[in-house]
Design a protein around this ligand. Structure first.
Ligand SMILES: *Cc1c(COP(=O)(O)O)cnc(C)c1O
Length: 380
């Protein structure tokens, strides 16, 4: 498909190309000094003690569950309105994802009061997701977690640099996980980062991302070690130097590109504010968003397929975030039939508009005009 406006696009230039070439020249390809620099820079951006580079956010979430000793018999409360990897990470460790509804049709993040109602003696953790880069109500969620002695994991795949009450996404809970998949705010193709302030968790995650080994190939190359022990079951969840070099360059651009995303979001909000047939969530959000997504909600009665087809006819790409996880065949078999009224409404009526830092003024206008036309085309 030859889109006039794609849903997202890379924010890459000569710096990324040069970063890759300098890794090739260095002769060291996997997790090494460039990765350490990327981890240090990421940790300082968040003002957190530890940042650990991994192959992608999905394995980062797996490591987070492992590091918190979540396992068979445990329940983890999590949103169904997320990417399937969020819930899958709970399944990987043999625990049960317990799906909580989201707050409202204006706030697609997990609802603290729904969390409260789902806590049982088996509940071990709350796994939240900052939808679109808008932080969940973390004050309330942390209060619940402290009162009930639950761990908190933040799936911050959408939210690098986002904050609430001057505290960054990923630094509220015990562990935060970021994704550098190619359509995310900071892109390396595949890649992720696990962050924590807890030294014990950081040590465990560092070890488990590399086979549970006590020394690294780099240590042995440098002559720091001859051998190693394996002290627990580990994985190969490492990131490599080429991706880390991209990450370093992308991290330098992050604040500027997030700002650009916010400006485009504000423009959409202004131009679509009074359009009948749609509503726009997160109007009064208190935090600073990373504006990963621009979601709109179609009114009841509009046909979403017709809406998206009308946009497609204008060569404008749209998407849905998300088909609810509890409605997937696999999860229906796992958790049985259940109702999450707000999640299901959002899942049926949400449309995501194009949003990326390099979108042109002309493209943004095309989207606004396209939405107006698509509302007409989809009303019966
Ligand atoms: C992208 C994404 C993930 C998975 O990230 P990967 O790096 O592709 O594994 C997990 N959760 C959410 C909410 C995401 O958007």
């Amino acid at each position: 498909m030859d889109w006039r406006v794609p849903l997202s696009d890379l924010n890459f230039g000569a710096e990324e190309r040069n970063a890759i070439l300098s890794v090739l020249d260095s002769g060291w390809l996997t997790m090494g000094e460039v990765t350490s620099r990327f981890e240090d820079a990421f940790a300082s951006m968040l003002d957190i003690r530890h940042a650990i580079g991994v192959s992608n956010a999905t394995v980062g979430l797996h490591l987070a569950c492992l590091a918190l000793d979540i396992g068979p018999g445990d329940e983890v409360i999590t949103p169904s309105l997320s990417f399937v990897a969020t819930a899958n990470s709970v399944k990987y460790v043999g625990a049960k994802p317990v799906f909580a509804d989201v707050s409202s049709l204006m706030d697609f993040s997990i609802s603290p009061s729904e969390i409260m109602g789902l806590i049982t003696p088996a509940t071990k953790a709350i796994l939240v997701m900052h939808y679109g880069g808008y932080l969940c109500d973390m004050s309330s969620i942390m209060e619940i977690a402290q009162k009930k002695n639950l761990a908190v994991i933040e799936d911050a795949a959408h939210a690098p640099g986002a904050e609430l009450l001057e505290r960054k996404a990923g630094t509220w809970g015990d562990i935060g996980v970021f994704s550098f998949f190619s359509n995310k705010n900071l892109a390396t193709g595949e890649g992720g980062m696990v962050v924590t302030n807890r030294d014990d968790i950081a040590e465990k995650i560092r070890r488990m991302r590399s086979h549970g080994m006590t020394t690294l190939t780099l240590d042995r190359y440098k002559g720091h070690a001859f051998s190693y022990d394996v002290v627990e079951l580990g994985y190969n969840y490492r990131i490599d130097e080429i991706r880390s070099s991209l990450g370093l360059v992308q991290l330098e651009k992050l604040e500027r590109s997030n700002q650009r995303r916010r400006e485009i979001s504000d423009y959409y909000r202004e131009k679509l504010a009074n359009l009948e047939g749609i509503s726009i969530p997160y109007q009064d959000h208190l935090g600073i968003t990373s504006a990963h997504l621009f979601p709109i909600l179609l009114e009841n009665g509009l046909d979403r397929t017709a809406f998206m087809q009308s946009m497609k006819d204008d060569r404008i790409q749209t998407s849905v975030h998300y088909p609810p996880i509890h409605q997937f065949t696999y999860y229906r078999e796992q958790v049985g039939e259940m109702r999450l009224p707000v999640t299901e409404e959002v899942g049926a009526r949400e449309v995501t508009l194009p949003l990326f830092p390099s979108i042109s003024e002309e493209q943004v206008k095309l989207v606004v005009d396209g939405v107006k036309k698509a509302v007409d085309d989809s009303s019966s």
